[in-house]
Write a protein that binds this ligand. Sequence first.
Ligand code: SF4
Ligand code: FES
Length: 271
Amino acid sequence: MGETVTLTIDGRETQAKVGETLLQVARRMGAAIPTLCYHPAVSPYGACRLCLVEVKVRGRTRLVTSCCYPIREGLEAFTQSDRVLKARRGVMRLLLARAPESPELRKLAESMGITDPQLPSVTKGKRDCILCGLCVSVCNEVMGAAAISFSYRGVERVVTAPFEQSSPACLACGACAAVCPVGSVVLEYDGETVTVEPFGNRRPALRCRECGALIGGKGMGERVAQQLSGRLTQAVDLCAECKRKISAQAICQAGTAVVAWPALPEGVTER
Ligand code: SF4
Ligand code: FES
């Protein structure tokens, strides 16, 4: 176990490992802190500012973003003070102005006590992106594709593919859609292609080899196959339903749950 420090959160003393963030420790203690741009799979970016908490340093308190605030010995933090709740509501109102149509955002806003009628949008006609950066981080840090990034500045700032052209680096894996907290990213299938919108990344689609169902982008299938070895690669171009069926058949034939995949097809060698 690494070095530990003692800190106080909402009047309760606790111990935590050096390197943890205030958000991680506070949540472990049961503190309700809303987040939009935080995801444990990627580095904290501190974009949405919804995770504000108050910390006391050398007798003075100030607001900090807990998702990227490292804990230290003797730290005192307050996650539910009046100042914190008021500041979070202010942040949420600004986020709502960017994405007033987002059901996910409105639901979170309601849980924070914001029940105003529809707020005016500062980005009229634009998609519901709150510029949290999660899609960019997951594409870069987790998938290693770096197919999207931020472009432009100020109110024009958006996430796009390079030069706003369909990026050949995109795997059409759907990771960006999975992490987007406001449902702004979608995968649209059109015959043999899948387009990741709103980035316009258009890639060949991957179909289940058994039933023909669309299951993602071919680039993703190839990437996964490179990471796997042996018979597991056979599962890459199968939909979830066909995987279950084939696995069940193999188990029945073998009379044991040890064998998960049938024999390799002719001409395919095991790595
Ligand atoms: S598209 Fe979604 S995940 Fe990407 S920056 Fe916008 S809100 Fe965040
Ligand atoms: S969750 Fe901390 S700034 Fe967004």
